[in-house]
Design a protein around this ligand. Structure first.
Ligand code: ZN
Length: 85
C-alpha cells in the first residue's frame, strides 16, 4: 500500500500513496494521502474506537462465521464514518 502509485483524479498525474493520519473527536482517525503535484486530499479510510475494537476481535477469532460478520460490520461502519467526516 505504501509504495503504490495511483492516478490523481484532479490533475491526472501519478502520485504515491503516502498515508498520513489525522485525529478527530470521539476517537475517530482518518487515514489519508495528498497528491504530490496538486495537493488534492484523498481519504483512504476512517476508524473510530468501535471499529478498532472489532479489528482486535477479528485478529483474535478464528471462527469463520464470526470473522465474516465482523468484517461486514467493520466495512459498513467505515463507510458510514467516511461519509460523516
Ligand atoms: Zn493531483
Amino acid at each position: 500500500m505504501q509504495n503504490q502509485i495511483v492516478r490523481c483524479d484532479e490533475c491526472g498525474r501519478g502520485t504515491k500513496i503516502n498515508l498520513k493520519e489525522r485525529k478527530y473527536g470521539q476517537g475517530r482517525r482518518e487515514a489519508y494521502f495528498t497528491c504530490e503535484h496538486c495537493d488534492h486530499k484523498y481519504t483512504s479510510y476512517v476508524t473510530d474506537t468501535r471499529v478498532r475494537r472489532w479489528q482486535v476481535e477479528l485478529n483474535e477469532t478464528t471462527d469463520a462465521v464470526q470473522r465474516f460478520n465482523l468484517q461486514l460490520k467493520i466495512r459498513e461502519r467505515m463507510q458510514k464514518l467516511k461519509t460523516e467526516l
